[in-house]
Design a protein around this ligand. Sequence first.
Ligand code: ATP
Ligand code: MG
Length: 582
Amino acid sequence: MFSVLRNLGWFFRREKKRYAIGLILLIVAGVLELLPPRLLGNAIDDIVSGSITASSLMKYIGMIVLMLLIIYWITYIWMHKLFGGSNLVERLLRSRFMNHLMTMTPSFFERNRTGDLMARATNDIRAVSATVGFGMLTLVDSTIFLTVVLLAMGFLVSWKLTLAAVLPLPLIAIAMIFYGKAIHDRYSLAQDAFGDMNDQVLESVSGIRVIRAYVQERHDEKRFSDITEDVYHKNMAVARVDSFFEPTIRLCVGLSYIIALTYGIYLVFRNQITLGDLVSFNMYLGMIVWPMFAIGELINIMQRGGASLERIDETLNSKPDVQDIAQPVSVAEPATIEMKDVTFRYPSSTIDNLSGVCFSLTQGQTLGVVGRTGSGKSTLLKQLLHEYPTGQGEILISDVPIGQIALDQLHSWMGYVPQEQILFSKSVRENIQFGHHGASDDRIMDAITAAAFQNDLGTLSDGLDTLVGERGVSLSGGQKQRVSISRAFIANPDILILDDALSAVDARTEAKIIENIREERAGKTTLISTHRLSAIEHADLIVVLDNGQITERGTHQELLDMNGWYREQFDRQQVENNLTNE
Ligand code: ATP
Ligand code: MG
C-alpha cells in the first residue's frame, strides 16, 4: 500500500530538510494540543474540590492561550513545508515527464495517444502531488498523532478506559485494507478511461471541420456520450467504495464514544477516575476522531497516488527505441551519404517497407525520389533522420554507420521539410526562426524569397508578425509548405530533405523554388521526393521506388531512355502541362 512512498523515495531524499522540519513540527503541534484538555480537566477538578482561586484560574487560561499561539505558528510552518512539497513534486514530475517525451521516437507516439499522455501529465501528476502533501499529513496524523493521543489518554487519564475505547479500532484497519485494494483497482480503471476520453476530445476538436463536413456531429456526440458514460461509471465505481470510508469510520468512532461514556461514568462512580479525568478523556476522544478519519484518507490517497504514479512511471520508464550509443563517432561533415542494401520495416508493419535499397551521394549532389503513392519515398528519406531502429543493410554518412553518430550531430546537419506540415501557433517570423534562433529579419526575408513566399507575405494582415493559428490553420496549404521550406532554408543545412514539400504549390511557383534551391544549395546535398517529375529533372540521381524497391535509377535523361514507369509518368505529365498551358 505504501509502495508509492518508496517509489517517491528520490523526492523525499531530495527534500529531506523540508520533510524533517515539516513532520517534526507537525508532531510537536500534535503533542502541544494535548495539553489544553488536561489543563481544563485539572481546572474542573480544582473547581469540584473547591481549591480554585482567581490567580490559579488566570494561570490555567494564560497557559491555554499561550499554547494556542505557539500551535498557531507551528501549524503555519508545517503546512507551508508539507503543501509546498506538493507543488514542488508536481513541477519536478511534470518537467521530467515533458523532457522524457522530448526524447521519445515516433513509434512511442504511435503506441501512446496524446490525450492519455495529457491525462498523465495533469490528473495523475496531481494525484501524486496530493500524496506527498495531504498524504503525508494523514500518514503522520493517523499513526504518530493517534499513538500520542492514545498514550496521553492512558498516562494522563486511565489505561483501562483507553483500552476499552480503542476496541473498535481493529475494525477500521480490516475495513481499510479491504477498501484500499478496491480503490486502487477501480481508480486505475477510471484514470485509464479518463485518458481515453481526453483523447476523444482532442480528436473531435482537431477534426471538427471534417466531422462537420461529413455531418457526423450526431455520431460523434454519440461516441463522446458513450465514453463519458464509461468514465462516469468507472468514477462511480470509485465513489461507491469511497462512500464506505466515512460511515465505517463514523460507526467505529460512535462505538468508541458509547464505550468510553458508559465505562467512564461507571469508573467515576466507582471513584477510580475523577470527573475532570472524564472531561479530559472525552476531549481526547474528540481528538482521535480526525486521526481515525485520517486512516481512511491515508489509504485512499496512497492508493490513488500509487495507481497514478504507476501510470506516470510507465511512461517515464519507456525507452526510446533509438538511443545514442555510448561512444559516438565524431564526423566533421557529411561528405557522403550511402545506403547499402537497406531493408526496413516499421515496428507496426508486417511487410518490408523498404527492401534492398542502394544508392550513394557525395556532398553537393541532389537525389530525386519518385514512385507511386505508398511506394516508400517518405520512408526512404526518414531513414536519414534515424527515427526508427535501423533495419538490415547499412546507412553510412561519411562512411560511418548512422547508428554510431550522435543523434544531435546527425540532426544538426539536416533540414527536414516533412510531408505533413508542422507549424506552431506563433507568428510567421517565429515559425521560420525555428530553423535558426535569433535570425535577423533580413535573413528571414532571404529565406522567404528563396521559398517564393514574398508575394504571399504581402497579403498577410501583419506580414511577418501574422499569427498562423493553431497548426497554421489560417494559412493555405501551399503557404504552409513554403513557410516550412523557409524554415529549412534559414537553417542552411548540409543536407536538405524535402518530402513532397512542393505538392501544394502551382507549377510556376515550384519551378521558381527549384531554381532557387539549385542556386542556394550549390555545394550542399539535397534530397527531394515528389510526384511532379519537373521538380527533380536536375537531380544527379533519380530513383524510382515501387513497393519499397528501387525499380529504376539514373539521371532524368537516362530514365527517359529506359522507357519504363518514369518515361510513362513524364509523358503523362507533359500532356497535362500542355493542357493547362493552353
Ligand atoms: P506518398 O507518395 O503517398 O507520400 P510514400 O511513397 O511517401 O507515399 P511512405 O509514406 O513511405 O510512402 O509509406 C510506404 C509504406 O509504409 C506504406 O505502405 C505505408 O502504409 C507504410 N507506413 C508508412 N508509415 C508507417 C508507419 N509509421 N507505421 C507503419 N507503416 C507505415
Ligand atoms: Mg510520402
